[in-house]
Design a protein around this ligand. Sequence first.
Ligand SMILES: C[S@@+](CC[C@H](N)C(=O)[O-])C[C@H]1O[C@@H](n2cnc3c(N)ncnc32)[C@H](O)[C@@H]1O
Length: 391
Amino acid sequence: MRQAHLGYESRVNLGSYYTPPEIVETAWKMIAPYLRSQTTVIDSACGYGDFLKNRGQTITIGCDIDETAIGIARENSDKVRFFETNALHNVSRAKFGIPEQSYLIVVGNPPYNDKTSLIRQSIKRVDFDIDDDLACRDLGISFLRSYNKLRADLVCVLHPLSYLIKPTNFKLLKDFTANYRLIEGLLISSWEFPESAKHTPFPIVLALYERDTQGMAYNSIRSFRFRIDGQNDFCLSDFDYIAGYVDKYPKKPPTSDYTLFSSVVEGTHHPEKDDRLFFWTLRDINALKRNRTFVENHSANTIVIDKRKLDYYAYIDVFKRNLHRLPFYFGNCDVLIDDNLFRQYKSAFISDTVNHHPFLKRHFQIEPIEKQQAASGLDMYFKLLFGEHHL
Ligand SMILES: C[S@@+](CC[C@H](N)C(=O)[O-])C[C@H]1O[C@@H](n2cnc3c(N)ncnc32)[C@H](O)[C@@H]1O
């Protein structure tokens, strides 16, 4: 059912973006081989209860902090034990009456709401208690940790792909990743969720985890082959990334005189003439979509370009203009690169950059080539780089 009772602000704060029925069905197909007798199924952020299907399990539990949602869920189902409560406080099996010996499956689409991200910052607040060992800047990460606290045997939930592929997020999931192994991952665009369709799409994974005392290391995520509906699969380690070639973030100043410091570090400090070049801080591909590349002035968000790496900054600038060639699931990745191929097509890249930023011309050794020739060179490069993923 489409979420219908909350206004914009509450929807953001509770992360109430309900799941389309086709995705719920796909989740149940993933779970089916693991269903056994004495199984308990819980969705601890169940909304209207759409994930709570009866597929032969012994006990079905739905929980939500939202009173109205639980009221509607109760009307939709009579065989489910419902709890109107905060699923992140005093978490234990006993809280939900789950037998200690029961095989426990968690299903659902827990809220993700990063309190520190700038998007919709002004209205964000979390006003419920969270157990100390679950507390985190992102509610979704707290929910994943709560499944470990419940000692779930199988977890089949939706969450942003960034939880797995961004090393800083992966570290936040330490207690979870120490006890679970990813066994299946289907990538879904946030555009599949009607309320999210207005923003740049980001990748969501419908993930199936099995409890495993070996846990999983970040490297296993890098080599994991994620499924994409009706297409080839996607694996991080199939590509090389720009992080190995440029500085992504500004260097930290040891003194307050940052401007002077960074130009000295970069070897570009000329007191008589400021010849420095600046580039906007690099995060992931979706951030590159929103941000600029070369900028004129220095700020806390700019990198002072090490001119020995200028070709690679030109590369990123051109890459940004070619993002329409990439599908949604690259949104949280770094800029991709094939360095050998880039060297072959470099003149096309430099020409394109100089065309868009004429002030850069005198910084490059390579003679620019004809616009048309550059365009076909770039077309060839990106088709070869993205391969089957090229849109
Ligand atoms: C993304 S919606 C998912 C709803 C439903 N499972 C679905 O997929 O259609 C997230 C739900 O989490 C609930 N929620 C948010 N914080 C919660 C908390 N601390 N405890 C329990 N439920 C919470 C919201 O009220 C919302 O219904």
